[in-house]
Design a protein around this ligand. Structure first.
Ligand SMILES: *Cc1c(COP(=O)(O)O)cnc(C)c1O
Length: 369
């Protein structure tokens, strides 16, 4: 008899679905028989990594017979001086995704509950489900987090709240003042994870100063990443800034060598390359203008975004629009798994990539009408 392994798995795992990742670029290209593809699907930096990062990492590869520094001393020191915090406030992760999971492993079990928003980044749901804790999902308001609705869901057994700011896949953000009000009203023994994966892109004057709020709210964890603005998604490096006592808890459930040595070095060098970071931010600002203007010209509604992507409703069957764009060499992210079947998410690319998307979209729309 063949064993049905899903039945042997933990009950919490039986209820889970695997994460739907996009196809590797080369494979999609081969299947479609296209000469080139424009990938605007994963909110990556279209410029690629900084050349300084590549050089440093290449040189370091000869040491890869050694285990990495389990404490990430040099990267933590660089982060500590950049953000004027103690080294003890920093936790490194295999992507910031790892830190979101570490929080769940450290604080959640089947006796606990966690709060997050409808349309919030899918990893919160996955991390909470795996922990066995109850998920308390607050309805969104205009696709953004409704902090009052989230507060209203808090139970005596609530241990963690996940907030994405800006949120992926909607691009929405909430202000410093609304977060301050939320934190004052929330029990101080609840861990608040403020996921700032798009922190570098968020330029609004009222975008929260998380470090300032941490002074009066030591239950606030900030998570950030090298995957987006720094252009290092493939290296898997993220970090959190928190009270050292929270970092101590996370450190107990962390795999000792969770960040590889080339990644530690690559992130450290990237942190110092302001010019490359700024180039990406400038490209994003111009590209955001290009794409939102283009969508507006087509009469399509887009959700205002503070990040490096835009979510819009093509007006007709989004799944078919997505497939037709793919066949014309443009990869977007469909959002049915976010219960947003009418929307598509487009990442901001280089000018010619954005233009390719804006050229193909009206052709697809009129072909499908
Ligand atoms: C991309 C993303 C992350 C994390 O990405 P990592 O590559 O694991 O650092 C976290 N939160 C949100 C909202 C994201 O979009």
């Amino acid at each position: 008899m063949v064993t049905d392994w899903i039945k042997v798995a933990r009950r919490t795992v039986q209820a889970m679905q695997p994460y739907q990742a996009g196809k590797p670029l080369e494979e999609a290209q081969r299947e479609l028989g296209l000469a080139s593809l424009v990938k605007l699907a994963s909110n990556e930096n279209p410029h690629g990594p900084s050349p300084r990062v590549l050089n440093a990492m290449t040189e370091s590869l000869s040491d890869c017979n050694r285990y990495p520094d389990a404490n990430g001393y040099y990267l933590k020191s660089a982060l500590a001086s950049k953000f004027a915090v103690d080294v003890e406030a920093i936790t490194l992760g295999n992507g910031s995704n790892d830190i979101l999971e570490l929080v769940a492993s450290a604080f959640l079990d089947h006796n606990a509950s966690a709060v997050y928003s409808q349309y919030a980044f899918v990893v919160y749901a996955l991390a909470v489900a795996r922990s066995g804790a109850a998920a308390l999902v607050a309805p969104a308001s205009n696709y953004g987090h409704d902090l009052n609705a989230m507060l209203a869901l808090v139970q005596p057994n609530t241990k963690v709240v996940y907030l994405a700011n800006p949120n992926n896949p909607t691009g929405t953000y909430f202000s410093h003042n609304s977060l301050a009000v939320f934190l004052r009203a929330l029990r101080s023994d609840i861990v608040v994870v403020l996921d700032e994966a798009y922190y570098e892109y968020a330029q609004a004057a009222d975008y929260p100063d998380g470090q300032l709020l941490q002074r009066s709210h030591p239950n606030l964890i900030l998570t950030r990443t090298f995957s987006k603005a720094y252009g290092l998604s493939g290296l898997r490096v993220g970090y959190s800034l928190s009270h050292p006592a929270i970092a101590d808890v996370l450190n107990r459930v962390r795999q000792p060598f969770n960040v590889t040595s080339p990644s530690l070095l690559g992130a450290q060098v990237a942190l110092d390359d302001d010019q490359h970071l700024q180039q990406g931010l400038d490209t994003n600002r111009a590209g955001m203008e290009q794409i939102t203007t283009g969508l507006d010209t087509l009469g399509l509604e887009a959700i205002p975004s503070a990040a490096n992507f835009v979510t819009f409703a093509p007006g007709i069957d989004a799944a078919r629009v997505n497939q037709a764009l793919l066949e014309r060499g443009v990869i977007l992210r469909p959002l049915a798994n976010y219960h947003m079947p009418k929307h598509l998410r487009v990442s901001i690319g280089l000018e010619h990539e954005n233009q390719k998307f804006l050229n193909e979209l009206p052709a697809v729309l009129s072909a499908l009408k």
